[in-house]
Design a protein around this ligand. Structure first.
Ligand code: GTP
Ligand code: MG
Length: 228
């Protein structure tokens, strides 16, 4: 099976410089950078390294663009800001080759770490766990609990991604992706991941607006059921 790597960035030059060289490019038939309008040298870095660029793509739109333009049978979404470990890439691909439709790198299973593990309050991690619990209660009939319904680091079969008809606007898109996959009866698997700390740049997903967006997404997905 062939694979496309989708790289998501908005001003991530510091992370990109450290993480990009660790990506095994031989795993992929193509690398596509979906960039949200960087002005810090990120785009120049891509050009120097021969990476195809889709400029000015808003976060949620990346997933729709990927479904349309990726040529690979497997699509992986990757953010080079230090959070995601490129050593997981072969494993994500292998799980799809072994029969999964959708493979999530989980920050909340045995052998995982999430970015907040060293902080005291861990508010984001607990909010993530709550949204994950609710998604499992409302949509998961498989008997296998999904431990991280939100992490964006994941691989999916391109044909299955197209079936999901994703339409969430921003940072709730991965949550919608997991929920739609459950509704469609896709085979979802998880691998443990060690989430690293952000390397440079600034966080773009501010917690409270994203939390509100996730709540709205959950309610909408409950209301529409399989009508999408
Ligand atoms: N294409 C695109 N990428 C974006 C956009 N906004 C953010 N990104 C990238 O998406 C990734 C996730 O955003 P982050 O700000 O790291 O969100 P987060 O991982 O929840 O926050 P941290 O834990 O602080 O890293 C990063 O690689 C960003 O550069 C956007 O509008 N368009
Ligand atoms: Mg991040």
């Amino acid at each position: 099976m062939t694979a496309t790597l989708i790289i998501l960035t908005k001003n991530e030059i510091e992370g990109l410089k450290q993480i990009f060289p660790k990506i095994d490019r031989t795993l992929f038939m193509e690398l596509i950078a979906c960039d949200g309008g960087s002005g810090d040298g990120t785009l120049e870095f891509y050009k120097e390294h021969g990476v195809q660029i889709q400029p000015e793509v808003k976060y949620g739109d990346v997933f729709r663009a990927a479904a349309q333009i990726a040529k690979g049978e497997i699509i992986i979404f990757f953010r080079p800001d230090g959070n995601e470990d490129p050593r997981d890439l072969p494993k994500l691909i292998q799980y799809i080759k072994d029969g999964a439709d959708h493979v999530i790198a989980s920050r909340f299973m045995m052998g995982s770490r999430n970015e907040e593990d060293d902080s005291i309050l861990k508010i984001r991690a607990w909010a993530n766990r709550m949204f994950t619990l609710l998604a499992n209660i409302f949509f998961n009939r498989t008997g296998i609990y999904i431990t991280d319904t939100i992490n964006g680091y994941r691989a999916v079969r391109a044909d299955k991604l197209r079936e999901m008809k994703l339409d969430a606007p921003g940072f709730s898109i991965e949550y919608q992706m997991t929920i739609r996959s459950l509704k469609l009866g896709h085979k979802i698997r998880e691998i443990p991941t060690i989430e690293g700390n952000r390397i440079g740049g600034r966080v773009k997903a501010s917690s409270i607006p994203v939390g509100m967006e996730m709540l709205r997404r959950l309610i909408t997905e409950i209301a529409i059921g399989k009508n999408f």
